[in-house]
Design a protein. Sequence first.
Length: 171
Amino acid sequence: MRLRMIRLILTLSLTLMLLSCGSELKSKKVTRDNTEMLYGKTTARQLYFDFPVWKEVYDLYTPDQQVENELHKLARPMKVKIFFGTWCKDSRKNVPRFFKVIKGLDQFEVELIAVDRGLDAENENADRYDIQRVPTFIFIEDGHEIGRIIEHPVKSLEEDTVNILKGDKDA
């Protein structure tokens, strides 16, 4: 009985130790054209770890509450592919703001893809999605593109997102 208890404690200790090792973030920056940047698929958490100023942009942005309420009513399951560059001012401004706009919307599955200055992304074909400028937010519902926000919003990120969800492709 005592031997089983010791094995159980050792097994649990080892499991906790292994799990805690995997939770620590490490930089995923690469250097291209003498610029540090992220490249390929990433997460907001990784982005904020490698580029803390992006988190500051997120924290400082306050979406329009009235439009935000409408967005929450219209939200439904869909994928949002975001092609962006950490070297790009428009990306630095709009990507964190978009994450603030959709905060609490579990219906949106976000895929964050960092590109280099040539708009190339590791294992992601930016050409397939006709990426000309970054950031590009592509809204995909049931496998079909329903709208885009390219480079900067026409009105605001929250208003343009609402317009896309209402069926206005030219948000």
